[in-house]
Design a protein around this ligand. Sequence first.
Ligand code: CAA
Length: 387
Amino acid sequence: MDFALTDDQREIQTLARDLARDEIEPHVADWDREHTFPRELYGKLAELGLMGVCVPEEYGGAGADFLSYVLVLEELSRADAGVGVTVAVHTSAATLPILMFGTDEQRSRFVPPLARGEAIGAFALTEPDSGSDAGSLRTKAEPDGDGWAISGRKQWITNGSLGGTIVLFARTDPDTPGSGGVSAFLVDSDQVETVSSGEKLGLHSSSTVDLVLDGVRVGADRLLHEERKGFSVAMATLDGGRIGIAAQALGIAQAAYELARSYALERRQFGQRIAEFQAIQWKLADMSTQIDAARLLVYRAAWLKQQGLPHTEEGAKAKLFASEVARRQTGEAIQVLGGYGYTREFPAERYYRDAKITEIYEGTSEIQRLVIARSVLGLGQRAMALK
Ligand code: CAA
């Protein structure tokens, strides 16, 4: 067992850290306050190969491994979780499923523009009445000539309006209820009408929209994987995507910890630095320990995925643990900063708002526990489903 990063992994980690320091950190407070999506930033990320870190070079990517990609997400999210989720959804939830399930033609047509950052990827599964119970989705794709006509509404779609490729799930078999009647499609985002998803608590620098599809026509060549096998595409995609969200949570927790630590070493009360009080020392000790534990879970899951080994359970554990650590630690960071932590003078309150979503999207903590429980108990997929 080797816990050290390789030279290549350290190099890409440093690249992302430097980019975040120079291009994200100086602007992040403004983006958050003004709800700015920093489009030009993604051109800079693309120039450095960070829009396709773990995509093979033959498809326009940087050809690095999955752990390198996770390191990039962690660094970006440490500076701005909104940037982290934009890159995570673009890569894990849109580019990688096309690589994994696409035909040769689909891979060579759709992946290079995504990996080069010329197109931004999105993943459209959730609907107003279908969240945790993803298999109950109602958007339908009906045969139309040699292709399909898709109608329905998708909700809270990260990157849904940015001009790119959407991996979109629709029911192609109306007679099969649940997940069995679902297929996956590749839809151009400029074909789809978008409407506001409303205002979010955090992640103000990421773009989230609802998609309204009214007979959107796609050719037969836009079916991803086999008809009625779309749910497995969604689940396998989320297996990897959850590792990315765990890395995002880890980055947020790390940022909150670093802020609390440096504040505690400077702030003086009762004639000494507050870091000299055991109450604060124990908080920082717990934060540091929990971040280390989360990081080990996240890196292990990434390693398993890179090896092509099963990672459903390990990815769910990484996301469950890292997201709960992020939510707790961002609250603790505010506590260490006291009244200052509750103001916009410091980023602690932004970390706190951004952390919460990591316990919700790409499967709530309750769904992660369901996935883990099924795995550790060796129960059939549906035996413990929420019916
Ligand atoms: N890999 C491949 N296939 C899988 C799988 C996996 N990990 N897990 C399940 N499947 C397959 C099963 O084998 C089964 O296939 P067959 O019918 O052919 O046998 C099929 O999928 C149905 O599986 P289940 O019986 O387990 O399905 P279920 O209805 O019980 O649901 C669930 C399972 C885990 C609850 C699932 O609905 C789920 O993950 N819900 C959460 C949805 C979610 O994470 N949404 C995130 C939205 S995206 C997002 O958030 C992006 C963003 O903005 C950041």
